[in-house]
Design a protein around this ligand. Structure first.
Ligand code: FAD
Length: 326
């Protein structure tokens, strides 16, 4: 078993406690990563890339392969982090020490305007915008360094793990959805709510400031027909994008949202309905063969939705449930 990919790297975790491998594999299962075992080696299929773990003495050799260098480096960070959680450090054959965190683009905030009572629409500009096209992933993290301090961006450390600034330099990093994207810009929509550091930052008129856009990550367009989408306000940009990309006439969306104007484009989309109770709507929906349920809302609703769908007997591949806020 080797990783026949354009970009490769290898590493060695010399010592692994007995409980570490089962914990790492449980992690993989949580992420929905298929794992196969052959001759004591484990192969993890990670969204087009591969990780192979092979026993070496008391530890494991790790081989990563990816068609894209950026994804290889992101994987190197994620795997180093997962091993570190198990008390094991990986010695890699090569590490891009000092480089910006894999996937981090520094972009300029070009505009921010009210798109509806509850939402601001923001545009950031920079040459890396094409990387955020929908086929690479729908979401990213917005990196906001603290006000009045020179930004310290996360960079790759000597062990392959990204070092994030701490203390006074800590970066706020909420997730957002790319609403639209062009040759040198991306746009996204921020739901305004009480206690939001992102909204407080926007109130300070940061036009022209550099922000970090880390990704894309956190999900591709769900596959299935029909798509059955459920979300609260924070999921409106994602639902809207998924409906546009899938172009399925029989897709359906249920959105809980206090002000109908915040539905944006979805107001004119006959496939979208406002729901006062997302869980009740989920419980009522029929899930025909081939359909895919997608649900994104507050963490407690996401937990309840996952339990309901599993209780109904749906396979994990037949639904996607995400906690969008806590
Ligand atoms: C994959 C993904 C994609 C997302 N896409 C979008 C998007 O496109 N647009 C968008 O607006 N959001 C989106 N979200 C949700 C967004 O990341 C969260 O709402 C995040 O908390 C916003 O950061 P903040 O700086 O506003 O507040 P935080 O610092 O994260 O939280 C501050 C306080 O606000 C509370 N809070 C957070 N969200 C809400 C809310 N919706 N209503 C009321 N209180 C809240 C928290 O509980 C906390 O007490 C997405 C989340 C995920 C995981």
């Amino acid at each position: 078993m080797t990783a026949p990919m354009k970009f490769r790297t290898t590493g060695l975790a010399r010592k692994l406690k007995p409980s570490a491998l089962p914990a790492l594999l449980a992690h993989a299962e949580e992420w929905g990563v298929p794992v196969t075992q052959e001759d004591g080696r484990f192969r993890l299929d990670l969204w087009g890339a591969l990780a192979i773990l092979a026993p070496v003495g008391e530890g494991y050799g790790i081989e990563l392969g990816s068609p894209e260098e950026l994804f290889l480096r992101a994987l190197q960070d994620a795997i180093s982090e997962a091993f570190a959680e198990q008390g094991a450090e990986i010695s890699w054959t090569d590490v891009a020490e000092g480089a910006l965190a894999p996937g981090l683009a520094l972009m300029k905030l070009a505009s921010a305007g009210l798109r509806s009572p509850g939402f601001l629409r923001l545009r950031v500009e920079g040459p890396e915008a094409p990387r955020f096209a929908a086929e690479h992933g729908l979401h990213f993290r917005l990196l906001l360094p603290p006000q009045d301090r020179a930004p310290i961006w996360p960079r790759v450390g000597p062990t392959g793990r990204v070092i994030w600034p701490r203390g006074e330099d800590r970066i706020h990093a909420p997730a957002y959805t790319t609403a639209d994207q062009g040759a040198d810009w991306i746009e996204f929509e921020v739901f305004r709510h009480e206690g939001s550091p992102t909204c407080a930052w926007l109130d300070r008129d940061p036009l022209g400031r550099m922000v970090g856009i880390l990704g894309p990550n956190g999900g591709l367009r769900p596959e299935g027909a029909p798509l059955l989408l459920f979300g609260d306000e924070t999921a409106i940009p994602a639902v809207s994008r998924i409906l546009r990309l899938s172009a399925q006439p029989d897709a359906r969306a249920w959105i809980s949202c206090a002000d109908p104007e915040d539905l944006g484009d979805l107001r004119r989309d006959p496939r979208a309905t406002r729901a006062t109770d997302l869980l009740a709507a989920l419980e009522r929906v029929e899930t025909p063969q081939g359909s895919h349920v997608w649900f994104a809302a507050h963490a407690s609703l996401a937990r309840a939705a996952r339990a309901h769908l599993l209780g109904r007997g749906l396979a994990r591949t037949e639904f996607t449930v995400a906690a969008y806020w806590e």
